[in-house]
Design a protein around this ligand. Structure first.
Ligand SMILES: Nc1ncnc2c1ncn2[C@@H]1O[C@H](COP(=O)(O)OP(=O)(O)OP(=O)(O)O)[C@@H](O)[C@H]1O
Ligand SMILES: [Mg+2]
Length: 265
């Protein structure tokens, strides 16, 4: 597969708890069941994507921190973990990643560490989906520098809606300074509960706001307890419960993402 066919996708939102990791794990797994080869990269020291895929961190494992802190000593192909599911691979995180910001502060090319580290492997996949921490740290900048697209989960809640403006400003700044090729793949409303007025109201506002409407996915991810339960069980929801709303929603988001192919509606 030619490397330029690989879709390099950051899942990002500086706001915490909006469903970034759930999207990385569950969308990645949904795509894998649909025959796509998927690499999930966990760039969050909280390592929730790593544990959400049922992978326990142990010390002799090469992880993403090793790749960006000591690039001359490690190869990304040695860090790949094959998960229990076909087509779904992982570059695991490590809690030490939280120190990378300080350690790399005076290092040359520090924004491009991840991009350089994964360059040799990305071409083997249809999708590389990268989880980010809830902050605009050097880790997130590294992800924006290697990605071509940003997928934005937005909780259907007033604070998350208001925070979108700052996120879009950040993405513009990254485009100007670091990665002119970066585009917004879409905004996926998350934690949607049609029974609450505030949820319906925020979804309406997202769909009618000129700044965002062209990016908003038709399928919101509904609140679904199977999503939280599956992450606790270390399994993507598509493998945890085939018929729950969480599985339906992530499969629908995957289908929409294939159709959109990086373009605005
Ligand atoms: N649609 C959903 N319905 C119910 N629970 C959900 C849903 N999406 C995510 N969750 C749960 O909500 C919690 C927060 O989600 P998640 O960890 O994906 O957010 P995050 O944006 O990655 O958080 P952080 O900013 O800390 O990285 C998790 O326990 C997750 O399992
Ligand atoms: Mg997370």
């Amino acid at each position: 597969m030619p490397a330029n066919k690989t879709r390099l996708m950051a899942v990002a939102n500086e706001k915490g708890g909006v469903g970034k990791t759930a999207m990385v794990v569950n969308l990645g797994a949904a795509m894998a069941t649909m025959g796509k080869k998927v690499l999930i990269v966990d760039m969050d020291p909280q390592h929730n994507a790593t544990s959400g895929l049922g992978v326990d961190i142990h010390e002799d494992m090469v992880n993403v921190y090793d790749l960006i802190s000591e690039p001359e000593d490690h190869r990304s192909s040695d860090a790949i973990v094959e998960t229990s599911w076909k087509n779904l691979h992982l570059l695991p995180s490590h809690p030490d990643l939280s120190g990378a910001e300080v350690e790399l502060v005076d290092k040359e090319g520090r924004e491009n560490r991840l991009k350089n580290a994964v360059a040799e492997i990305t071409g083997k996949y249809d999708f590389v989906i990268v989880d980010t921490p809830p902050s605009l740290s050097l880790l997130t900048i590294n992800v924006f520098a290697m990605a071509k697209e940003v997928l934005v989960p937005c909780q259907t809640h007033p604070y998350a809606y208001r925070a979108l403006e700052a996120l879009f400003d950040t993405i513009e700044a990254v485009k100007e300074d670091i990665n002119p090729d970066l585009t917004v793949a879409g905004i996926v409303p998350t934690f949607f509960d049609c029974r609450t007025r505030v949820g319906r109201d925020i979804l309406d506002r997202l769909q009618s706001d000129d700044r965002y409407s062209g990016y908003v996915f038709q399928t919101p991810i509904r609140v679904n307890t199977a999503i939280a339960a599956s992450s606790d069980a270390g399994k993507p929801v598509v493998f945890y419960s085939k018929s729950c709303n969480g599985t339906r929603d992530y499969v629908a988001v995957a289908e929409e993402l294939f159709k959109r192919n990086g373009k605005r509606k």
